[in-house]
Design a protein around this ligand. Structure first.
Ligand code: TR5
Length: 144
C-alpha cells in the first residue's frame, strides 16, 4: 500500500511552483477548472485542433513526444467520463473522432494511445473531461 497514489513526473521544462499554482485541484469539483480558462484563451495553450465543440492542445507535462489533450467546450460540463449521461453520447463520439484527427495531424498513426483517467483511483487531476492522445514512442502494456 502506498500513500502517494498519483505520482506526477514533472518534466524539467515545467517549474514545479508554476505547475502547483495552476493545478486544478486533486478532488472533484463542479466549478470552473483550468481548462475553462484554456478554452476562453485566458490562459494560453498550444492548440493542435479546434472546432465549435472541442479543443485539442498540448499537455504542459508531456508523457510522450506527442501528448495532446482533447476536451469538450461544454459549459457546466462533464467532470469525468463516469458522470456521462445519454445526452453526452454525441460529444463523446466526437471527442474520440478528434483524437484520431490529432493522431493524423501529429503523424503518429502507426501507433498511438487514447487515455481517459476517471476519478482519483485512476489519477484524474483535472475535473473537466479530457482524452489524452499519446504517441511518438514505443508504448508499454499494461499502463501503470
Ligand atoms: O491527470 P489527468 O488525467 O486529469 O490529466 C490532466 C492533464 O492536464 C495532465 O496530464 C496535466 O499535465 C495537464 N495539464 C494541467 C495543466 C495544464 C495541462 N496541460 C496544459 N496546460 C495546462 N495548464 C496551463 N495548467 C495546468 N494546471
Amino acid at each position: 500500500f502506498s500513500i502517494i497514489r498519483c505520482v506526477r513526473h514533472i518534466t524539467a521544462s515545467v517549474d514545479e511552483e508554476t505547475y502547483a499554482k495552476t493545478a486544478a485541484g486533486s478532488s472533484e469539483t463542479r466549478g470552473p477548472t483550468i481548462f475553462d480558462k484554456i478554452i476562453s484563451k485566458e490562459i494560453p495553450s498550444s492548440i493542435v485542433y479546434e472546432d465549435e465543440k472541442v479543443l485539442a492542445f498540448r499537455d504542459i507535462n508531456p508523457q510522450a513526444p506527442v501528448h495532446v489533450l482533447v476536451i469538450p467546450k461544454l459549459r457546466n460540463g462533464l467532470t469525468q467520463l463516469g458522470k456521462a449521461e445519454t445526452r453526452h453520447a454525441e460529444i463523446l463520439g466526437h471527442l474520440l473522432y478528434v483524437a484520431k484527427l490529432v493522431a493524423e495531424k501529429e503523424g503518429i498513426t502507426d501507433g498511438f494511445r487514447v487515455v481517459i483517467n476517471n476519478g482519483p483511483t485512476a489519477c484524474q487531476s483535472v475535473y473537466h473531461l479530457h482524452l489524452h492522445v499519446l504517441g511518438g514512442r514505443q508504448m508499454k502494456w499494461p499502463p501503470g
